[in-house]
Ligand binder design. Structure first.
Ligand SMILES: [Zn+2]
Ligand SMILES: [Zn+2]
Length: 141
């Protein structure tokens, strides 16, 4: 089944598969732009978001997207301040600091563990109910 959509960047019709509604051509161009931006930041670590956007001819929206995707990393020297969404600590990239990320991951793991334990208990109960005489037979012999 084909899923023809209009590219959100250039408007061209293309066969949409998954992710952003962007055609292959634009994806390639964005990737090239990303490499250009990355190089620019490496060479000009003191430049701000607007400066990077102007020099590389890229939108600040796109820059922020790359930051959230943890693709762009900023050094201590950078005026670009990215802070943890949870505790406000300064971070190099992404949404959360390492500490908050670990907390979130732990919380997720615990939920999964609890579910697995509850499921295992339920299965054990069902199995016990299905063989009511299993224990009795064993006692008789
Ligand atoms: Zn396009
Ligand atoms: Zn944090």
């Amino acid at each position: 089944m084909s899923n023809i959509r209009n590219c959100s960047r250039c408007g061209k019709m293309f066969n949409y598969v998954v992710g952003d509604v962007i055609c292959d051509n634009c994806k390639k161009e964005i990737e090239e732009k990303f490499q250009q931006v990355k190089k620019y930041i490496e060479e000009n670590p003191g430049s701000g978001l607007r400066q990077i956007a102007e020099q590389c001819e890229v939108s600040t929206k796109q820059l922020k997207k790359w930051i959230l995707e943890e693709r762009l990393v900023f050094s201590e020297a950078s005026p670009i301040q990215i802070t943890c969404e949870n505790c406000g600590t300064r971070i190099a990239t992404g949404r959360l600091c390492a500490k908050c990320k670990a907390t979130v991951t732990n919380a997720l793991n615990n939920t999964v563990k609890e579910r697995q334990q509850a499921l295992a208990a339920e299965i054990a109960k069902k199995q016990a109910a299905q063989q009511p005489n299993a224990g009795m037979k064993f006692l008789k012999t």
